[in-house]
Ligand binder design. Structure first.
Ligand SMILES: [Fe+2]
Ligand SMILES: [Fe+2]
Length: 419
């Protein structure tokens, strides 16, 4: 499974867990509320029935207590354990106790709701004696004429009814979870297909950008050389030195782009200076130096090409501060530019130029070693000299096409690794 597919799978799994949890909580909360409502409706209906039947009697508590007790045990069967008539100030008028559950009375009293005296039905659920109970208070507007305002009672919830309601809740929850799971399973192939399309398009775009980088680099190189092999060689050298220094993937990509485009600004330098078959005079040298700022201006036209900026802008800085354009020194020079400065000079020394012949490998290495600490970062000069010989053979003893091919493989390895 590819990295992208794995990421899609992990994210879908995470989404599945989160959505399942959210739906689970929501369904449970709504389900519990529904159960409560059903139980309260049931309890309220029974209580009102009982209360209305006995409201007249509640005016003479002492005289009718036994009648109420009897009524409680008969009319409410096993569901009520305590029924209490109250006046408008919630003072007790009479209490009916179901003898079957008389032992529960203290616990019921302890659970007194203490809710406000209004028109609403108030309830509190509690567990005791291994069973579920409801303590409910209802307003009896119809009985007010007889002096009774409220009826408050404790209602035993039928375990069978509660079990059925809970089973309904579990079934609803399961259906919701199955729906989420099926949706997730259906989404996976759809997202993968869309993702494949996005990956293909982004690879095409990246390939286009790389082609553009190579074309621009080659176009510039062709101005002062028959081929653009300098770019391919310095890019290869820079990558190998970067690998020896353990650079990250992003830095390697920036280094490759920088190697291809390092002299892009030379496109703005006149042929009389660029192709002069002799050393440049001081005035011409100043003009030549502007290729750095010209190059930065060109890169600014494309966010993608700006990857090359560190190398383009600082590849002529020297470690001792005597370079151009900024005159930076030491570690103030960006690392990629310090790396590139070594490989660029090495390849220039070992190549033919309009004004000179190619130096031998040994001569070029000797120049690099002598320049360590002044021209070059000594650590980087040393690291390059350590790997230079096989690298030199790898690029000089093989056909140009093979050098290009190897670099394409390197580009594929670093640029396309994340897609
Ligand atoms: Fe340059
Ligand atoms: Fe160069």
């Amino acid at each position: 499974m590819s990295r992208i597919n794995r990421i899609v799978l992990y994210r879908l799994l995470a989404a599945w867990v989160v959505i399942s949890l959210l739906i689970g909580v929501a369904v449970s909360w709504l389900g519990v509320r529904k159960i409560d409502r059903e139980l309260v409706t049931l309890a309220t209906a029974e209580m009102k029935k009982f209360a209305m039947a006995n409201s007249a009697l509640s005016q003479q508590p002492a005289a009718v207590r036994s009648v109420l007790d009897l009524s409680a045990s008969q009319a409410i069967r096993e569901h009520f354990i305590v029924g209490e008539f109250q006046d408008r100030d919630r003072r007790k008028l009479a209490t009916a106790i179901n003898p079957l559950h008389a032992a529960m009375t203290p616990e019921v009293e302890r659970q007194a709701a203490g809710s406000p005296l209004d028109r609403e039905t108030h309830f509190r659920k509690f567990s005791a004696d291994g069973q579920s109970w409801l303590r409910v208070r209802v307003r009896l507007d119809e009985a007010e004429a007889a002096g009774t305002r409220y009826f408050e009672g404790a209602f035993l919830i039928d375990p069978e009814l509660l079990g059925r309601l809970r089973n309904d809740l579990v079934a609803t929850l399961l259906v919701a979870l199955i729906a989420v799971t099926l949706t997730t399973l259906c989404l996976y192939p759809i997202i993968l297909a869309l993702n494949r399309d996005v990956v293909r398009r982004s690879r095409d775009l990246l390939a286009g950008n790389i082609e553009l980088m190579e074309v621009i680099g080659s176009a510039v190189a062709k101005r002062d050389s028959a081929t653009s092999m300098h770019n391919y060689r310095v890019a290869t050298y820079a990558v190998r030195l970067g690998e020896a220094l353990d650079l990250g993937r992003d830095q390697m990509c920036d280094l490759i782009a920088g190697a291809f485009l390092h002299d892009v600004g030379k496109i703005g330098i006149s042929d009389s200076i660029l192709l002069k078959p002799a050393e440049l005079d001081p005035q011409e040298s100043e003009v030549m130096k502007t290729h750095v700022s010209l190059g930065v201006d060109i890169l600014k036209k494309s966010n993608w090409l700006l990857k090359a900026r560190d190398v383009v802008e600082y590849h002529h800085e020297r470690y001792d501060g005597s370079g151009y354009c900024k005159g930076l020194s030491g570690d103030d020079i960006p690392l990629l530019a310090r790396i590139f400065a070594v490989v660029d000079v090495f390849d220039a020394l070992t190549s033919v130029r309009p004004y000179k012949q190619a130096h031998s490998f040994a001569e070029a290495i000797s120049v690099i070693e002598r320049g360590a600490g002044t021209y070059f970062d000594p650590r980087l000069a040393k690291a390059f000299c350590a790997i230079a010989e096989p690298l030199y053979r790898e690029t000089r003893d093989v056909p140009d096409a093979e050098v290009e091919l190897r670099l394409q493989e390197i580009i594929g390895k670093y640029f396309f690794a994340a897609t």
